[in-house]
Design a protein around this ligand. Structure first.
Ligand code: HEM
Ligand SMILES: CCCCC[C@H](O)/C=C/[C@@H]1[C@@H](C/C=C\CCCC(=O)O)[C@@H]2C[C@H]1OO2
Length: 485
């Protein structure tokens, strides 16, 4: 009995030393453990990461280490030091952290080292001929859902809906049909997907019990479970299943991998289209500039806008549109790039100062805060300026400075390095196609002309594109001249 108590006390002492006794060593970043034992800053971080990290930046500067639920996380906010993190594959590792998240959220355990071959496979799927086919199929599906299904909108009556739900539903259904071939159940899958997407951030942070997401996950697994369809063409989903079979992944894991890919490929474009249109609708000068560029395209090719084709946008440069999209993503793309320190490392800041990163800690970049919202790089960073990425001669503006020094990474909506977005070209095309269709084929207006964009849902920081808290009500109808096309 005495021995048990002694062992218990000993265990508690070791735990105390591990959890509470960490001291900042020479050359290490400022250390902020927070007051709560073990949890540290976890609650504040989870509630609103952007607000918490802004407070820490004001207190400590561009690099600091915080304790979050037992982990020590070094946050780096100096974009000119990002290369030291993004290109270091020796001292920093992405696979274990990614693997843990994937297991926690998707119940998925992939064979070791599969991420490299999977990424290579994905890159092939989203380039060249494959990409052309996907773009074309996406365009057809967007048109069918928006213009021809008679449900999304009609020419005879105005419909009222939240813009977020309109955009997410349209982009999801068309994207799902394009990649997963789920023609007749797209609406049902979308409904369940939104439910899952809403619970996902809570599960990731550990503020939701697994059972609370189980039902939703199981429904989606049923929708996605691997099947052979007899379509003429091999769909993206079928090719992915072939890839998984070759890698020796068993069927149960294949279904879980399909849900991960459904989320990865569908969770960002709908919200991006929402913010893009939301900014245009609430900034008339930006809307006028984008519409005038679209009108210009039709005169360029002698095609009347009566018969517009999204090919127009694909074939001609659209610098105003592109700048407005970059500006949208600067304000609303909020991924966190995380790595695990697998061996001690020296990190060099832009001013030459060196910091020591400890093995076992984590490193985190949060590009939304810096560079994207850094007032020294982007003046008045909270304002939507559609022409921020446009030079006077209408070429792309891609040089930005901080303290007189050019900033290499001035926005990072697509991530960077080994885990960056492989679907970027497909996503940009899908956003262009859908915005073009919505602006040229619909009468689309705010229900309340004075309405402002809703605030951001603070629980989404770190999980890709932000979501609004609430929605922006719009009314829309099909323009008569297109209703019979
Ligand atoms: C606005 C739209 C999108 C944005 C802003 C976006 C952004 C990102 C970011 C930031 C990452 C990297 C996250 C990290 O570092 O862990 C990522 C990864 C990824 N994205 Fe996208 N994405 C978008 C749309 C898409 C689309 C449409 C697809 C495919 C159809 C896609 C496919 C992927 C894949 C497969 C990965 C994982 C890459 C890997 O794990 O190596 N994304 N995306
Ligand atoms: C939940 C981890 C899945 C990662 C899959 C893929 O590599 C990344 C996809 C990104 C995803 C980024 C958002 C959150 C990642 C959380 C990672 C973590 O907890 O370590 C989202 C879809 C793609 O862009 O935005």
């Amino acid at each position: 009995m005495l021995l048990t108590i002694l062992l218990l006390l000993n265990g508690l002492l070791i735990l105390y030393v591990i959890c509470f006794n960490r001291k900042r060593q020479q050359k290490e970043p400022p250390l902020d453990k927070g007051f709560l034992p073990w949890l540290g800053h976890a609650l504040e971080f989870g509630k609103n990461a952007a607000k918490f990290l802004t407070r820490m930046k004001e207190k400590h500067g561009d690099i600091f280490t915080v304790r979050v639920a037992g982990n020590y996380v070094t946050v780096l906010l100096d974009p000119n030091a990002f290369d030291g993190v993004l290109h270091d594959t020796v001292s920093l590792d992405v696979s274990r952290i990614r693997g843990l998240s994937i297991q926690k959220i998707f119940g998925l355990q992939m064979p070791n080292n599969m991420h490299t071959s999977e990424r290579k496979w994905m890159e092939e799927q989203f380039k060249g001929v494959n990409l052309i086919e996907l773009n074309s199929s996406m365009n057809i599906n967007l048109r069918n859902f928006l213009l021809n299904d008679g449900k999304t909108c009609s020419a005879s009556e105005w419909k009222q809906e939240g813009l977020f739900s309109l955009c997410y539903s349209l982009l999801f259904r068309a994207g799902y049909l394009t990649l997963f071939e789920g023609s007749n159940n797209a609406a049902a899958v979308y409904k369940e997907f939104r439910n899952f997407d809403n619970l996902l951030t809570q599960l990731a942070r550990g503020s939701l019990k697994r059972e609370d997401i189980d039902i939703s996950r199981e429904k989606l697994w049923t929708f996605l479970s691997p099947q052979r369809t007899n379509g003429r063409m091999q769909s993206w989903k079928q090719s992915y299943q072939d890839f998984l079979n070759n890698e020796g992944v068993v069927e149960e894991m294949q279904t879980k991998a399909l849900l991960l890919q459904l989320w990865t490929t569908q969770c960002n474009t709908g919200p991006a289209v929402f913010w893009f249109l939301g900014f245009l609708l609430t900034h008339p000068e930006a809307m006028e500039a984008v519409m005038s560029e679209i009108r210009g395209l039709s005169t360029l090719t002698d095609i009347s806008l009566k018969r517009p084709s999204s090919k127009l946008m694909a074939e001609h440069s659209t610098p105003v549109f592109d700048s407005a999209l970059r500006e949208t993503l600067r304000l609303t793309a909020a991924v966190m790039i995380r790595r695990e320190v697998v061996q001690d490392k020296v990190l060099v800041m832009a001013n030459g100062q060196e910091y020591l990163l400890r093995r076992g800690d984590r490193v985190c970049l949060f590009p939304l805060l810096s560079p994207q919202m850094d007032p020294q790089i982007h003046p008045e960073p909270q304002c939507f300026k559609y022409d921020r990425f446009l030079n006077e001669d209408h070429t792309v503006k891609d040089t930005f400075y901080k303290n007189g020094k050019e900033v290499k990474y001035h926005t990072l909506p697509w991530g960077a390095g080994r885990s960056s977005c492989v679907g970027k070209e497909f996503a940009v095309k899908a956003i262009k196609q859908s915005v073009f269709l919505l602006l040229t084929h619909l009468d689309l207006e705010l229900c309340d002309p004075e309405a402002k964009l809703p605030p951001v849902n603070p629980s989404r920081y770190g999980y890709g594109m932000l979501h609004p808290e609430g929605d922006l009500q719009v009314r829309f109808r099909l323009r008569r001249m297109y209703s019979d096309m």
